[in-house]
Design a protein around this ligand. Structure first.
Ligand code: GDP
Ligand code: GDP
Length: 448
């Protein structure tokens, strides 16, 4: 149940005008504030709100702004909006009006909905009392939906049952998602992280060869779509970072959301592609994401994107650029760095082979005798300068633990007096003698 609470499901209400979408929306969202939101590229308003039932939270979209031409034919644009709503939702409530019955517009919408793979609940509204069912003709059975619910959005009857059903569906979806994760356990997972607008979606599209990517603009939503992607021997799951919050007017703290989203995205990733914008350079926020990935033991590859726009893109500026980043991320200096244009698909061909390489490096297990043979003479020559005087610190022995990501233990007579800076020195030496390219390593000093 805990996981369920954290998931943010999206339910949208679809239907022709006047069936009661806004009324239902207001009932479900209650006194919570609804957010009117103008979606980019879409002229009409859509309204988002949050709802909660039995402790489970979800978001609702009211597609109430859709208008339909007089003779009940759906405008092309209206259809497009329905497609977007479908794409964004986990569950769709298709609302019809029992008092009026089925109109052509209802049939047209149901035709679109039947083709989509989302879960659809047919909701028969304005059933203010039992008599309305008896008195209505039951044309709506013929729309071809399995599950239908009778409600009255105005007086609330039937909505409890509808909400129970939604929660049940969310639980089932969560189970399916877990199964999917398990099934794909052996396929490596790569995710693309970075600040808003650096080109993450563009890169995904370039990898997948898609030319569009529907993004959601709903605050705090975390729909993690998992795309399995086959490219010759580089089979992988590309974990998408959903949502491009920059376009949203309702978010004032973009960096906050971007961090939350990064966290969500990297959870299941083996390797993260940290993308930055060439023109903006390596900024503080990029450093924060980098540290965050490192702390979570993710393999890291840095992608400097929009290189096509960079003012002075010759080999020597590229070298300087790279040098600058490596200095910033020292002692984890040996992270692969690629200069690419996700838009033009330039410089991308080595990313996946390198990601596979980093996966192998992460599984490097150094033999104790080799590790000691190389490291001990170096450490003997450069012993730690103690925090306290009159202590002569020695390091006698080291091992690599058989852990998921590389961890090293150095045994010393006075581990408590070893300074942080010495740890960086040791990391640097390990990196320069062994292959841990793109792999975070941890170093501990322990009492012999
Ligand atoms: P929308 O255009 O689909 O958003 O529809 P609205 O929510 O604006 O509702 C259209 C009309 O139907 C309004 O006059 C509502 O008061 C009315 N209405 C909505 N739900 C119910 C209901 O359950 N029973 C009855 N009798 N009227 C309803
Ligand atoms: P995201 O927020 O990180 O997912 O960024 P998007 O993929 O939405 O890209 C943001 C903007 O940068 C879009 O207008 C893209 O067309 C543009 N863009 C992305 N990659 C490149 C690139 O390599 N070169 C150029 N010139 N523009 C790019």
């Amino acid at each position: 149940m805990n996981n369920l609470l954290k998931m943010n499901y999206i339910v949208s209400i679809i239907g022709r005008p006047n069936v009661g979408k806004s009324t239902l929306f207001n009932r479900l969202v209650g006194r919570r504030k609804a957010v009117v939101h103008v979606t980019s590229g879409v002229t009409r308003d859509r309204i988002y709100g949050d709802s909660e039932w039995n402790g489970v939270q979800f978001s609702i979209i009211d597609t109430g702004g859709f208008s339909i031409l007089t003779n009940d034919i759906l405008e092309k644009e209206v259809k497009n909006q329905i497609f977007v709503a479908i794409e964004e939702s986990d569950v769709i409530l298709f609302l019809i009006d029992i008092k009026i019955g089925i109109l052509d517009a209802d049939r047209e919408i149901s035709k679109i909905l039947r083709k989509c793979k989302k879960i659809i609940l047919l909701v028969v509204n304005k059933v203010d009392n039992g008599n309305s069912i008896i008195n209505s003709d039951t044309d709506f059975f013929r729309l071809g939906f399995e599950r239908y619910y009778y409600i009255s959005a105005i007086n609330g009857s039937g909505t409890g049952e509808l909400l129970d059903k939604l929660i049940e569906i969310f639980k089932q979806e969560l189970l399916k998602k877990k199964e999917k994760l398990l099934k794909n356990e052996l396929i490596p997972r790569f995710s693309i992280v970075g600040r808003p607008n650096v080109g993450k979606s563009t890169l995904i599209n370039s990898f997948l060869n898609k030319n569009h990517h529907i993004v959601t603009n709903i605050s705090g939503t975390t729909r993690d779509s998992l795309d399995v992607f086959y490219k010759k021997k580089y089979k992988c799951i590309l974990i998408d970072t959903p949502g491009v919050r920059k376009k949203s007017k309702i978010i004032d703290n973009i960096e906050f959301y971007s961090t939350v989203r990064t966290f969500k995205t990297i959870e299941y990733a083996d390797i993260c592609f940290l993308m930055i914008d060439a023109d903006r350079g390596w900024e503080k926020q990029d450093m924060n994401i980098f540290q965050f990935l490192k702390k979570n033991h993710k393999g890291i590859i840095i992608l400097v994107n929009k290189w096509d726009l960079f003012h002075d893109k010759n080999i020597s500026t590229q070298k300087d650029y790279e040098f600058f980043i490596r200095k910033k991320i020292y002692p984890f200096y040996n992270v692969p760095i690629f200069f690419i244009s996700a838009k033009n698909k330039d410089g991308m061909h080595n990313i996946l082979p390198m990601a596979y390489q980093v996966l192998r490096y992460r599984n490097n297990r150094l033999k104790t005798n080799i590790l000691n043979k190389i490291m001990l003479p170096i450490l003997e020559k450069n012993p730690p300068i103690p925090k306290k005087k009159n202590k002569f610190i020695t390091i006698k022995y080291c091992i690599q633990l058989p852990s998921y990501s590389p961890k090293f233990i150095f045994f010393s007579n006075f581990p408590q007096y070893i300074k942080e800076s010495y740890k960086r020195f040791v990391e640097n030496k390990i990196r320069s003698h062994f292959d841990f390219i793109g792999v975070p390593i941890q170093i501990f000093f322990r009492k012999k």
